[in-house]
Design a protein around this ligand. Structure first.
Ligand SMILES: C[S@@+](CC[C@H](N)C(=O)[O-])C[C@H]1O[C@@H](n2cnc3c(N)ncnc32)[C@H](O)[C@@H]1O
Length: 136
């Protein structure tokens, strides 16, 4: 939460929501309750509004069932939902990993930029994007 608040202050964009992403899967915790969710922060720039007024702040997208491209790979459907609902053009993912965000941009016709420090995941992201482009 402190990280989210610091980001909100340095961007000067209010944190509008903390979405709960229900992964429908029990994660690991030896002593306490096992985690089923992750938080997603929504920072609101001037003029931004979620147009679909039927949406609540708990979203359910099952975690991946296939072998992931990255240990923290996000489901493509989750990124498609977030970008369709709250995204605009010029998407920036500074922790690109295996490139799921940019893949969603490609499917939605948005322009996106990704930054990834690890060569292995950078190459995987490029390959996933190339595969998607060649199939379209
Ligand atoms: C949670 S993963 C992203 C997973 C991604 N959403 C996906 O679906 O594959 C975060 C990524 O950020 C990368 N990373 C960490 N620190 C970074 C930095 N300073 N600059 C660029 N990438 C960084 C890690 O190598 C890791 O692949």
């Amino acid at each position: 939460m402190a990280t989210f608040m610091r980001a909100s202050c340095s961007l000067d964009w209010p944190m509008e929501n903390l979405l709960v992403w229900n992964k429908k899967h029990l994660g690991t915790n030896t002593y306490g309750f096992r985690p089923v969710y992750e938080m997603i922060a929504l920072f609101r720039n001037k003029g931004f509004k979620v147009e679909n007024r039927a949406l609540g702040d708990v979203i359910t997208f099952p975690r991946l069932t296939r072998k992931p491209n990255h240990p923290a790979e996000k489901p493509l459907d989750l990124l498609l939902f977030l970008l369709e609902t709250a995204g605009k053009d010029n998407v920036l993912d500074v922790f690109m990993g295996s490139g799921t965000t940019l893949l969603a941009c490609q499917y939605l016709g948005l322009s996106g930029t990704g930054i990834e420090i690890n060569d292995k995941y950078f190459d995987i992201a490029c390959q996933r994007l190339q595969d998607a482009i060649s199939k379209q």
